[in-house]
Design a protein around this ligand. Structure first.
Ligand code: SF4
Length: 326
């Protein structure tokens, strides 16, 4: 598989001195769902916004590699980025109401996306919009095109956002907590839809979530983020079979995951609070909460292989958790 997106050592800082993203590296392959998982505030969304060059004013971004297809995003001008966004590189957000303009109809907004990037008439753009609304399971698309966002339910709005993101046939879709604002039944429908589209269109999907149940259901590959770093990265199968970073293990112990958790296992918790990472911080960001912390954890932490392309950022040796369980 060829990677559609490659990121190496992405760093993002804010003007208040906080380091939100500290050396994130990941690849997303064509036709793959790569989940970026972790608690809120750990740099998942900021990483995505950094890829799209949509960071807040005053934020700084650097990376050794920031490549989408053959484009070097790190060197790209804002004018070129604006041409790429919504075209081959699309993103959907948690709350569609913040992305949809309440003053324009769904049809106008969808047509505008295509006409910004392709030389097509308004009628042709509306025809494609109607086709995509049907594709994402919206009935009576002609009527929906004439409606305003407030006339649709949350689930329909998210379907519209997905259809809008597909207007220009993107290669990579970044979905930032796309189901968090929806009720459970609609969540399941939207996830199923994303899965189907991803499979049928061969999309690369970077799915940001705090929900390991969604990861278990959707991901081929997983990157676990803690305090701005990817602390563990593996195929979904390897991660659930052999979670190796203590934070990943803690996360898995906290949440019952259908088909993955033991029915009689008590739920755990991760004690302590998340550190505020400032420039000059060294050592493991998890050490104040880690039951296995040792004095050396205050120094630079090695990235180690747990086998194959499963790696983790920790001083504990590979296989430590299995040895402990034995
Ligand atoms: Fe725990 Fe040390 Fe590993 Fe950090 S490096 S997760 S503190 S054992």
């Amino acid at each position: 598989m060829s990677s559609v997106l490659e990121v190496a050592n992405l760093r993002v800082g804010f003007s208040n001195g906080t380091l939100a993203v500290r050396g994130v590296s990941l690849k997303v392959e064509r036709g793959e769902t790569h989940c970026l998982v972790g608690e809120s505030g750990f740099g998942k969304s900021v990483s995505a916004l950094a890829l799209m060059n949509l960071l807040a004013r005053g934020a700084t971004r650097s990376a050794d590699v920031l490549r989408f297809q053959d484009f070097d995003l790190a060197k790209m001008s804002e004018r070129h980025m604006a041409q790429l966004r919504g075209d081959k590189l699309a993103m959907i957000f948690q709350e569609p109401m913040t992305s949809l303009n309440p003053a324009y109809t769904i049809g106008s907004q969808m047509a505008e996306v295509l006409r910004r990037h392709r030389k097509v008439s308004r009628a042709q753009a509306l025809e494609r919009a109607a086709g995509l609304l049907s594709r994402v399971g919206i009935t009576a698309p002609g009527m929906r095109l004439a409606q305003y966002p407030h006339q649709l339910s949350g689930g329909l709005r998210q379907r519209v956002m997905i259809a809008m993101a597909l207007m220009c046939d993107p290669e990579l879709l970044i979905a930032d907590e796309p189901t968090t604002a929806l009720d459970v039944t609609v969540q399941a429908q939207i996830l199923r839809l994303l899965q189907t589209l991803q499979r049928e269109l061969g999309l690369a999907l970077l799915l940001i979530t705090h929900d390991l149940g969604i990861v278990a259901r959707m991901a081929q590959r997983v990157s676990v983020m803690y305090a701005g770093e990817v602390v563990e990265s593996a195929t979904a199968e390897a991660l659930f079979a052999n979670p190796t970073h203590p934070y990943t293990r803690g996360l898995l112990d906290c949440i019952p995951i259908p088909g993955k958790s033991r029915r009689d296992a008590p739920l755990g918790s991760i004690p302590g609070v998340v550190p505020r990472i400032r420039p000059g911080f060294t050592g493991c960001g998890f050490r104040d909460r880690c039951a296995h912390a040792m004095p050396e954890c205050a120094q630079a932490v090695p990235r180690q292989s747990a086998g194959g392309d499963h790696d983790y950022l920790c001083r504990l040796p590979p296989g430590w958790s299995r040895a402990q369980a034995a």
